[in-house]
Unconditional design. Structure first.
Length: 166
């Protein structure tokens, strides 16, 4: 398990002075703004440290100025990179709560032992989050208490009350 939690992705530049536009992946979209140091990775294996000079929210996007990125071209080169925070710098969650990054890659089964595939991503819909499962086909499963029956990080699996034909 990685020592980093992916908290967002650079989706482009903002303005001409090297600001980054970041799509946050956390439930609290301003969570990144409280960390003065971020880590950058293309592959989630190698990480480089970034010192954040300034950051703010603009709607559902984080805007950030980092050291040594001073123009639009430099910022655009970082498009597609993932932004991570060291896991031990994040608050410990109460029982039954999970970071989204902990759920990515877990296998999803229903009570009849049907394997939907693995969690590829999680999407926010406004009313509730939705697990995006990649298997033989893509399946969307709402992240609701009456649907998600059990999450086992040790067995890397999620048990759901969901019909395979939905």
């Amino acid at each position: 398990m990685s020592e980093f939690v992916v908290m967002g992705k650079v989706v482009g530049s903002h303005g001409i002075k090297g600001w980054l536009k970041i799509q946050p992946f956390s439930e609290e979209i301003n969570a990144l703004c409280s960390h003065p140091v971020w880590f950058l990775s293309k592959d989630e294996i190698e990480w480089g440290e970034l010192k954040v000079q300034e950051s703010s929210m603009q709607g559902r996007t984080v805007l950030a100025k980092i050291e040594n990125t001073n123009d639009r071209n430099e910022a655009d080169r970082l498009r597609g990179y993932l932004i991570g925070i060291k896991k031990n710098d994040l608050p410990i969650l109460e029982k039954g709560k999970y970071y989204w990054s902990d759920l990515i890659g877990l296998e999803v089964f229903n009570q009849e032992k049907f394997n939907f595939g693995v969690v590829d991503s999680i999407m926010e819909t406004g009313s509730n989050d939705v697990l995006v499962i990649k298997g033989e086909k893509e399946t969307l499963i709402p992240y609701l208490d009456n649907v998600i029956l059990n999450i086992d990080l040790v067995k890397k699996s999620i048990l759901v009350d969901w019909d395979e034909n939905f």
